[in-house]
Design a protein around this ligand. Structure first.
Ligand SMILES: [Zn+2]
Length: 54
């Protein structure tokens, strides 16, 4: 079996905006516990925390 996955590759994570509830997809760097993200819908900024995908 050949390992084709790249360690440290960012993953696509579905998030929901804490401000307006809008769902969006973000590129989350592997192993990163929190991600600074700005919602383009309500223009607020948040520190999103990694939750279920650990
Ligand atoms: Zn929002």
């Amino acid at each position: 079996m050949t390992e084709t996955t790249t360690k440290g590759a960012p993953e696509r994570v579905k998030i929901s905006c804490p401000g307006c509830g809008r769902h969006d997809w973000v590129t989350w760097p592997a192993g990163q516990g929190a991600l600074h993200w700005k919602c383009f819908n309500c223009s607020k900024e948040f520190e999103l925390e990694a939750s279920s995908h650990h």
